[in-house]
Design a protein around this ligand. Structure first.
Ligand SMILES: [Zn+2]
Length: 152
């Protein structure tokens, strides 16, 4: 019997399929921009969408907010210990690669480099006001163009 010594690695095909399923639930969602949000004006206001000037992965109740937060939550990655922190908001303000590095250090969860690139590009598009469906379609790798979703 041959055993595979490598841990399970999430490849780009899997990441695309999982992000697609999340986006199909709410394709035209646009993440609110910080400079157009009420939290820009109110001092000490805990905004569920923003942390400092960035987009939040999880809100104050540890529920997912951004597309990557939803994807992490779909893998049950949604507690401080998954990220090796005391409070989940300590991981806010980090980019996808930094967050996945934290996760990999704390639990058995490994993502391939091309999957990380795809997730990073989707996040960047979302964070600059692109609707989820377009953030997905515009960043599909060439080999996965057949996964495109219907846009407006
Ligand atoms: Zn806000």
């Amino acid at each position: 019997m041959v055993t595979n010594p490598e841990p399970n690695v999430i490849d780009v095909d899997q990441a695309v399929n999982e992000i697609k399923a999340i986006i199909e639930e709410n394709p035209f969602f646009q993440y609110p921009l910080y400079n157009l949000c009420d939290c820009d004006e109110l001092e000490d206001y805990e905004c569920d969408f923003h942390f400092a000037e960035g987009c939040r992965y999880f809100n104050t109740n540890n529920r997912p907010m951004c597309v990557i937060g939803h994807w992490l939550d779909s893998h049950n990655i949604n507690t401080p210990s998954d990220f090796g922190v005391n409070y989940i908001n300590e991981m806010e303000g980090s980019n996808v690669s930094e967050v996945l590095d934290l996760v990999q250090q704390n639990i058995d969860f490994v993502v391939s480099d091309d999957a990380k690139d795809f997730l990073t590009h989707v996040q960047q598009a979302q964070d600059t006001g692109t609707a989820w469906v377009d953030a997905f379609n515009n960043n599909l790798p060439f080999s996965l163009q057949s996964e495109r979703l219907e846009s407006k």
